[in-house]
Ligand binder design. Structure first.
Ligand code: BES
Ligand code: ZN
Length: 494
């Protein structure tokens, strides 16, 4: 189906009122094509068909119009040229808008234009840089080469960028052979059920209320930096509170920032794995090095004015952030009482820059891959607060089935059935919609839990309307139960 940019915007941009304004936002030579996979592609008509773009006395309109024109020129003139590799990567990002299209070099402003137009994208710059560096090392870094072959970025004869989707020696094939086993039965029910039945929502409510008071949590702004510093301090104070010197637990708990090229750092908190028996120390060491990941993203975005616009991001993804923070806090309480002592290392990740194209999680996943870290599986929570059927008794969990691992997703279903009220529904994003894709891309297992059975249920996201009043904490706590169950069952099973 094809329709004009004007009708597309008219149908999908309720924030803007005047159609005249709307027309100025998108040049007439751009057509937006709707794909069956809920994905839109921008199609550029030949230059000669371009119509003169009328100016506007409104600065904002001039602003967007200017950016769109820049983007247009980019597309026509430079986007498929490799040019000077380092110059390109300094000010442009390599953006993939669909699995079947070549990635393109785009400026930050172009990327925001894509977002405003509802175009789905993933930033593959870091993967490209690693690939480029690996190949320029002439095979000395064989493992890096293997890692990125899953979505191999290459240069074809016409000097354009290509992604070969599944090359024969994909990272996934190489990695899954050696992956630690996942449990197929839940053996900690006697411990976990009483814990999850006693959860309350007050700490989550207090945290989310304060977290959404940051004007926004945009990943390359000082707001994004401040919100990350605040979250780190809050996590550190929980650790201080529950692991004082009087606590006898041998499990070490730490939290650190993981820095990126942009302002907002990701956060990684960890319960260090502890061997339970004194025998076979080598094997115990191996088990302690196996990492179990529970994650959410901490950044938010206002799709119209990313840097300055209000973006409380209560559901997207403040909800996931506090869902897993409550699991972390609960595990600390249990650790203090001697009821949680994982053999494997259990980590909590709050990624920066998800809204910028999975930036934080890609950096972290690539880092773990490069350092040969054994990751058992990443369980990701992006949006857990919007309950589509608040009046119904049945509450739903959407299990994302693309860019995720089948076995880990099965475990997620089993956790939901055993430890929560949530009924499972399968969902397909149709694109790399959140940070689970970053881990999947480098060959680790990932699963993604989502708030309901409709990917478009919460129309407030990426806008000032994504406020704390719209989320249901009793729904969110059902997801906390899954994170706790996962930490026990996978943090210990061997
Ligand atoms: N939370 C969303 C993803 C999402 C939306 C998942 C609706 C399930 C249902 C996430 O923060 C997001 O906005 N992702 C971007 C893609 C990303 C690569 C910039 C998106 O969906 O456009
Ligand atoms: Zn989002």
């Amino acid at each position: 189906m094809k329709f004009s940019a004007l009708s597309y915007v008219a149908a999908t941009a309720p924030l803007l009122t005047s159609l005249v304004q709307l027309q100025l936002l998108i040049p007439n030579n751009i057509i937006v094509e709707a794909k069956p996979s809920n994905e839109y592609q921008v199609v550029f008509q030949p230059l000669q068909q371009q119509q003169h773009l009328a100016g506007s006395s409104n600065n904002v309109n001039y602003y967007y119009q200017g950016k769109l024109q820049e983007m247009l020129l980019d597309q026509i003139n430079t986007s498929n040229e490799i040019g000077d590799f380092y110059a390109q990567t300094n000010y442009k990002r390599l953006i993939k808008t669909s699995a079947h299209r070549k990635p393109r070099w785009m400026t930050e402003d172009d990327i925001h234009t894509l977002r405003r137009m509802g175009v789905k994208f993933m930033d593959v710059t870091e993967a490209y840089i690693s690939k480029h560096l690996a190949s320029s090392n002439q095979g000395s870094d064989i493992s890096s080469k293997d890692i990125f072959s899953i979505e191999d970025i290459d240069i074809d004869d016409n000097q354009s960028l290509m992604i070969h989707e599944h090359s024969s020696s994909s990272a996934k094939e190489i990695a899954t052979k050696d992956l630690p086993k996942l449990p197929t039965q839940l053996i900690y029910q006697d411990t976990v059920k009483p814990i999850v039945s006693n959860l309350t929502t007050s700490y989550m409510e207090d945290t989310l209320k304060r977290f959404t008071e940051f004007h926004n949590r945009y990943y390359d702004s000082s707001y994004g930096l401040q919100s990350s510093e605040w979250l780190l301090k809050r996590i550190q104070s929980l650790i201080d509170e529950y692991t004082s010197s009087s606590t006898s637990s041998p499990t070490k708990v730490t939290v650190k920032h993981f820095k990126h090229k942009f302002k907002q750092p990701s956060i990684i908190a960890r319960f260090e794995g502890q061997p339970h028996t004194s025998s076979s120390s080598n094997n115990n060491k191996k088990v302690a090095d196996e990492t179990v990941i529970i994650s959410a993203h901490q950044d938010s975005v206002n799709m119209w004015i990313p840097w300055f616009g209000r973006a409380p991001g209560a559901d997207d993804d403040g909800s996931g952030t506090v869902t897993i923070l409550e699991a972390f806090r609960t595990l600390l309480v249990q650790l203090q009482q001697g009821n949680f002592r994982p053999q494997r290392t259990v980590e909590f990740h709050w990624y920066a820059g998800e809204e910028g194209g999975l930036l934080g999680s890609q950096d972290v996943a690539h880092y773990y891959r490069r350092h040969d870290r054994t990751v058992v599986g990443q369980l990701h929570f992006d949006m857990t607060g919007y309950n589509k059927r608040p009046k119904n008794k049945d509450e739903i969990i959407g299990v994302v089935v693309d860019n995720t691992d089948i076995e880990l997703s099965n475990l997620l279903r089993l956790l939901a059935k055993t430890y929560s009220r949530l009924e499972t529904r399968d969902l397909e994003c149709g694109y790399a919609c959140s940070d689970h894709a970053s881990w999947n891309q480098v060959g680790y297992r990932s699963a993604m839990a989502y708030e309901c059975d409709d990917l478009e249920a919460n129309s407030n996201i990426h806008s000032p309307k994504d406020v704390v009043e719209t989320v249901d904490f009793n729904h969110m706590v059902e997801f906390t139960k899954l994170a706790i169950g996962y930490a026990y069952e996978v943090g210990n099973a061997i």
